[in-house]
Design a protein around this ligand. Sequence first.
Ligand code: ADP
Ligand code: MG
Length: 344
Amino acid sequence: MRLLEVRNLVKKYGNHLAVDNLSFQIEKGKIYGFLGPNGAGKSTTMNIITGYIASTEGEVIIDGHNILEEPEKAKKCIGYLPEQPPLYFDMTVLEYLKFAAELKKIPKEKRDSMMEEVMELVKIQDVKGRLIKNLSKGYRQRVGLAQAILGYPELIILDEPTVGLDPKQIIEIRDLIKGLKEKHTVILSSHILSEVSAVCDYVLILSHGKLVAGDTPENLSKLAYGEKTLSLEIKGEREKILSAVGSLETVEKTEEVPSETESVVSLKLTSSEDQDIREEVFYKMAEIKCPILRMDMTRLSLEDIFLELTEDKEPEVQEKKRKFFMNRKEKKENKEEENNAGDL
Ligand code: ADP
Ligand code: MG
């Protein structure tokens, strides 16, 4: 079941494009991760989805309700923990949650029991009488989380929920978030790859306001590890070597690297995941009598893919990378479909 649909979202701050034509869908009962470096547009996107700020263009539909046309109904489905939790430092935890419950219009007769349940869930029972300003950062974050969960909205959105916490607190908050999946759908943001792969069922990688990849952590790893690059130095005539390499069907991409020595051609070849092209390249070069002086194979890690996709580069280079990655994904999916069809 589809819970959230984001269509062609654009946000401009003056001339600056913070969100660049973003579209994606969220299904019920999963944990989604927005992954991207600082400035990628994660908070802006979350602020738009939750109705905190307006988009320049595009639509947000939550459980069938457009956030602009039916804001009350749409917002009722969402609990939000913004990057800066909206805490009132001079309130006690209990006072604050009561206040949040009133804002969320939770019926009076349900309020007390629900607050108790939520405090139990995020383990803040023992500090409920304390002033928020006297709590540690970890506890404050839990109070913020309690506020987001209150009212049991379908969709819980958490902006960098573990930022600034110590390792022990991070593990506790992560476990808490994982537990939410039983009853809720969660979207969280993070600039840390390991965090997103540890917690999320599905990862959306953002860079410069654009979606550059979206898949399960397992599939992203498969894609990443599937990527093999062969670096070569071959002695001989450039045209002859390039045309021989070009005749190899197993080579997906050929990139020429500037060579330091004349009469030596430096190449980077990319092959698809299940092919080891080393032998083939060897025999081909032997055939045209161009000796290989050096050959190494490298694999990209998930970290490499993330960096490749999000590093600051010229927009054209970025776009090329994005297309290359998406193409690989499509090819892989088609292949899987073929394989599955074969099983039937
Ligand atoms: P992230 O949460 O991924 O770090 P943000 O959504 O906060 O990214 O920011 C995306 C881009 O938009 C950044 O370049 C940031 O500087 C810019 N930005 C965010 N908020 C504002 C604002 N209120 N006014 C102008 N620029 C903004
Ligand atoms: Mg942010």
